[in-house]
Ligand binder design. Structure first.
Ligand SMILES: O=C(O)CCC(=O)C(=O)O
Ligand SMILES: [Fe+2]
Length: 315
């Protein structure tokens, strides 16, 4: 269950608490879930309740209130600074084949805005994502769910910032399932688990989802919107408001996007961590892994935007 983490000096052995059984959902649980407001905030307990499971089945996502404490968030963020320092010093552009998004911070300094595979480089991240409190979350993924430290993009941390030099102020409509296709797999059921570090109200940008859109067929999943390029609000979208320490779970087939903050600078900062809990046997990655096509396209798009901005500044 525990893969060795080659970039860490000590070997870490963390026993993961076995996931509790997935609850059985009765028709009345389903009705109760459907009667809840779309913005309902659940409490994460020792197990996933039948109503929580029904809400996820019906709506495609769950919001758990205050799953991590502020001290824990602060420790993870401090660790992220250490990882950034290390990667900037190494002049890295990729980790395990996945491009880093490097923009400019508040004072024009290099600022990494998307970090992949953090738990392979940090004992703190490695331990945190294995904490007992996430055992019920793993029960949603399936039997034998483990942490995908070195698969897909690993444990990802995003830092959205709205500044002139930002490389990642927003993210267009997409389904996470499409990525599986780029990795050479058909999109099976998959859940994306996100930890939120900041208070983000609906009018401050942030996560937007199309509730129920995980139920669409495969063709709709490919064609409902243009993946990553469409940033337009949808009349049916829901803004997921977060408090620091909230945890969200969303179905990989559901359409979602990140709305740019209307504020510029420090007030626009939004940080999230996404954990791939997986059951399937993906190929583990390492430094020699190739870059998936859509990431290469992303690199060129960000380069193009940067060049355009510089040209505009010169005029
Ligand atoms: O920033 C977020 O909350 C969502 C990010 C996301 O959807 C993704 O990286 O696929
Ligand atoms: Fe996503």
């Amino acid at each position: 269950m525990n893969q060795p983490a080659p970039h860490m000096s000590q070997r870490i052995d963390v026993e993961m608490k076995p996931a509790p059984p997935t609850p059985h959902v009765s028709p009345s649980d389903r009705l109760e879930a459907l009667s809840l407001p779309l913005t309902h905030r659940f409490e994460l307990g020792e197990t996933i309740t039948p109503v929580q499971k029904a809400f996820l089945d019906e709506r495609g996502y769950l919001i758990f209130s205050q799953v991590a404490k502020q001290e824990e968030l602060d420790a993870l963020l401090a660790e992220l600074e250490r990882i950034q320092e290390m990667w900037l010093r190494e002049e890295r552009t990729k980790v395990y084949g996945i491009p880093l998004f490097v923009g400019e911070g508040l004072n024009g300094e290099p600022f990494i805005q998307r970090f992949g595979f953090t738990s392979m480089f940090s004992p703190l991240f490695y331990r945190f994502v294995r904490d007992d409190r996430f055992a019920p979350i793993r029960s949603l993924i399936g039997e034998g769910a483990r942490v995908g430290d070195d698969v897909k993009d690993g444990v990802v941390v995003n830092r959205n910032l709205n500044t002139e030099g930002s490389a990642y102020p927003n993210l267009g409509w997409h389904t996470d399932g499409l990525r599986s296709i780029f990795y050479g797999k058909m999109p099976g059921p998959m859940l994306n688990v996100g930890l939120h570090f900041d208070r983000v109200k609906a009018d401050e940008g942030g996560l937007r989802v199309l509730p129920g859109s995980h139920r669409q067929n495969f063709v709709e999943m490919l064609t409902r919107k243009i993946h990553f390029l469409d940033h337009r609000p949808d009349p049916d979208e829901l803004a997921i408001e977060t408090e620091p320490g909230d945890l969200t779970v969303h179905d990989g087939r559901m359409w979602h996007r990140v709305q740019r903050s209307p504020y510029v600078g420090a007030r626009s900062l939004r940080r999230t961590m996404y954990v791939p809990y997986i059951v399937d046997e993906f190929e583990p990655k390492d430094e020699s892994s190739p870059t998936p096509l859509y990431h290469t396209i992303g690199v060129y798009i960000r380069k193009g935007k940067r060049t355009l901005r510089k040209l505009k500044q010169r005029r």
